[in-house]
Design a protein. Structure first.
Length: 278
């Protein structure tokens, strides 16, 4: 076995060096690239053709699969499986990848699948928290500061925008999009797009209102939140078809980045959007 690690790292059994700690039972395959200040616990497997950034902590029995590229200061708790082959019958062993940003946390037994399709990627951003037993399927794109609570599941090709929160046991259908700062309640079934800044819940999911608490916690100014409340009323209370609702927003709302983002999201809806309870 050939181990490629940071220049100043040492491979020693349960001994903390100035820069790295790699347990003697860990397996690091030839072709893995390990940064500085990395900790790798007992029975962890770091496969070939992987990159593990500086400051990462890999717990016991974690598997980092081939073609997985991880940024700095990520934490992997016991049993996590990152970058494994997709659970997709179309996959035929093509060269695809999993790319993960900085400062992400993957709790116990969570799974992330690499992409289907030559040259494609499953991509996760920075500062993500994936709680225990969560799953991100092939070809998903997950933004920054996303939280997935225990056992939440993303099917293939799902897009989750920045600062979205997905509650425990929620399931998101393939090709759906979860908008920025949206909140998905626990045990929700998502089969259409969730517009940015909305609060949804239920099986099937319905829009309960604007995610006002989440927006306030994110530091969004009161005047912008007021504009988003008007956007919510136009979208869900006016009775207008989606295209006309967006046109009305353009005419009646002040121009600001969150409102523009919401309208841009709505213009690109393909699966339809989740509606309020009838």
């Amino acid at each position: 076995m050939v181990v490629h690690i940071g220049r100043e790292c040492e491979t020693m059994a349960s001994v903390v060096t100035p820069l790295c700690k790699i347990h003697q039972t860990a397996i690091i395959e030839e072709g893995a690239v390990i940064g500085k200040n990395v900790t790798i616990g007992p029975y962890a497997v770091i496969s070939h053709d992987t990159e593990l950034g500086d400051g990462c902590v890999v717990g016991p029995h974690v598997v980092i699969h081939p073609y997985t590229y991880i940024g700095k200061d990520c934490r992997f708790f016991p049993g996590a499986s990152i970058g494994g082959e997709p659970q997709d019958l179309k996959f035929e062993g093509e060269h695809s990848a999993t790319v993960i940003g900085d400062r992400c946390t993957f709790r116990e037994c969570c799974t992330v699948s690499r992409a289907t399709g030559e040259g494609n990627e499953t991509r996760l951003g920075n500062d993500i928290l994936m709680m225990a037993y969560t799953h991100v399927a092939h070809n998903c794109i997950v933004g920054n500061n996303v939280i997935m609570s225990n056992v939440a599941t993303l099917a293939g090709h799902v897009v989750v925008e920045d600062r979205a929160v997905i509650g425990g046991l929620a399931a998101v259908h393939q090709f759906c999009r979860i908008g920025r700062n949206a909140m998905v309640g626990g045990m929700s079934r998502i089969s259409q797009d969730v517009p940015p800044f909305m609060l949804v819940s239920g099986d099937p999911a319905f829009v309960a209102g604007l995610n006002s608490v989440g927006l306030a916690r994110a530091g969004m100014p009161l005047e912008i939140r007021s504009q988003l409340k008007k956007a919510f009323r136009i979208l869900y209370r006016s009775g207008l078809p989606l295209e006309q609702a967006v046109e009305t927003m353009e005419q009646e709302l002040d121009s600001n980045e969150p409102v523009e983002h919401l309208m841009r999201f709505l213009r690109n809806v393909e699966r339809g959007i989740i509606h309020t309870r009838k």
